[in-house]
Design a protein around this ligand. Structure first.
Ligand code: SF4
Length: 418
């Protein structure tokens, strides 16, 4: 089973590969479902696909919007441009049948993967897509382990992929109009504004209307007619639509037995730190499972702990074993670590967040080995000069004197407990 990681931009692509991704997915700015994830312009897309290929990693291009008539010409032009400039991703991910048709017509030799947005829940749907020329299907998030097992037994010659880790939401396979109603943007064109994470009140209409007739002022109306569903820490609102995040590490041995082709990690909007740690945890766990169950069980707690060290909402295993759960008390992410920066080619550290002399930092290697050091000295490199400083700030280039000294490979992550 491969690990398929998100590459929201070039930096995240490099980290995903460094920390063990076998496959990456990335989007062209205009047509992926993460309009705000940065994404790639055409030149960078070309470079990113080449970068992945030279590192022996498969690059999948997401083109999984639900296209309206007005989008079709633009998508056609984009596909023609890929062809003209010989930019060939290993697969194109689609959910819309019109887009699927265009890919097959213009780039017939490129693999087509069916997105989870197509919410494929049964083997007949998969066979249908196979007959249309799809080579892989990402199954709907709404399936149980039992259903996935039945699908695997009934489907041959099509690769199967599932979502293994990341945000879930109340929408069925992401088909949702909440952002449209409340913020007038279309989630299925990559503009979801996470409306389900807002806090909500329960409101009693009749009482409100009666009080309104009595011409009560707004303050009283609010006091007397809004109800709490379940209180957050400030006793104000409830997050009735806020789904817990998905993780599959607790049941990865069962998933491994399903003989799926790929485990997809959600999160093109997430940080490079998140992508690295989550990718490394699943990659190392799958390598363990390939050796033996005992190896996996021996290291499982370490992997679970690392997944708790990235920003997340409370975790759940989604529909796989049970029904997914909502979390009413808060939609805030739980954060335990700050991503301080990473090593560059020259052995200097590129700083992403503040730290100071005396702080205890952790170096996290791609095999998830973690080393702790106290920061003794920070030497800032600036315009050819070296300067001893007490604090490092974002965008500084610094030399850290680690004790004992060691060579650390480029793109190795440095973090600090919050
Ligand atoms: S608003 Fe929430 S439920 Fe709707 S698509 Fe966005 S994340 Fe999903």
């Amino acid at each position: 089973m491969k690990v398929l990681s998100p590459a929201g931009n070039f930096e995240k692509l490099i980290f995903a590969i460094k920390y063990g991704a076998d496959e990456v997915y990335l989007g062209y700015k205009k047509f992926s479902l993460r309009a705000k994830a940065g994404g790639f312009d055409f030149d960078n897309l070309k470079k990113a696909i080449l970068y992945a290929k030279t590192h022996n990693v498969k690059a999948f291009l997401t083109l999984n919007i639900f296209a309206h008539n007005k989008d079709i010409l633009e998508i056609r032009n984009f596909l023609e441009k890929l062809k003209e400039e010989k930019v060939y991703p290993d697969a194109i991910i689609v959910s819309d049948l019109g887009v699927f048709k265009l890919v097959k017509e213009i780039l017939p030799d490129i693999n087509v993967h069916i997105s989870t947005q197509a919410n494929v829940c049964n083997w007949e749907a998969i066979n249908f897509y196979k007959n249309l020329g799809a080579t892989r299907v990402n199954l709907a998030r709404e399936l149980s382990l039992k259903e996935i097992k039945e699908i695997r037994e009934n489907v041959k010659d099509v690769e199967l992929e599932i979502f293994g880790h990341g945000a879930m939401c109340v929408a069925y396979s992401g088909r949702c109009l909440l952002s449209y109603f409340l913020n007038q943007v279309y989630p299925n064109k990559g503009e979801c504004t996470q409306v389900c994470r807002f806090g909500f009140y329960l409101f009693e209409k009749e009482r409100f209307e009666k009080l309104l007739e009595q011409e009560k002022d707004l303050k009283d109306l609010l006091k007397e007619t809004f109800f709490l569903l379940e209180e957050d820490e400030n006793y104000k609102v409830s997050y009735i639509l806020n789904s817990k995040d998905l993780w599959t590490m607790p049941i990865l041995d069962k998933i491994y037995d399903l003989k799926l082709d790929s485990l997809k990690i959600e999160g093109r909007m997430k940080s490079a730190y998140y992508v690295s740690i989550v990718t490394a945890a699943y990659k190392q766990a799958i390598l363990d499972l390939a050796k033996s169950r005992e190896t996996f069980y021996k290291n499982k707690d370490k992997y679970l702990k690392e997944l708790l060290n990235v920003s997340h909402r409370p975790y759940h295993t989604g529909f796989l074993e049970d029904n997914p759960e909502q979390y009413f008390l808060s939609s805030k992410y739980i954060k335990k670590y700050k991503f301080l920066g990473y090593y560059q080619k020259d052995g200097l550290m590129k700083v992403k967040d503040n730290f100071k002399v005396g702080d205890v930092i952790e170096v996290v290697y791609p095999n998830l080995k973690v080393e702790r050091f106290e920061v003794k000295d920070i030497i800032r490199y600036r315009k050819g000069e070296k300067l001893k400083v007490d604090e490092a700030h974002p965008n500084f280039l610094v030399e850290l004197k680690l004790d004992p000294p060691r060579d650390i490979e480029p793109y190795t992550i440095i973090r600090k407990q919050i």
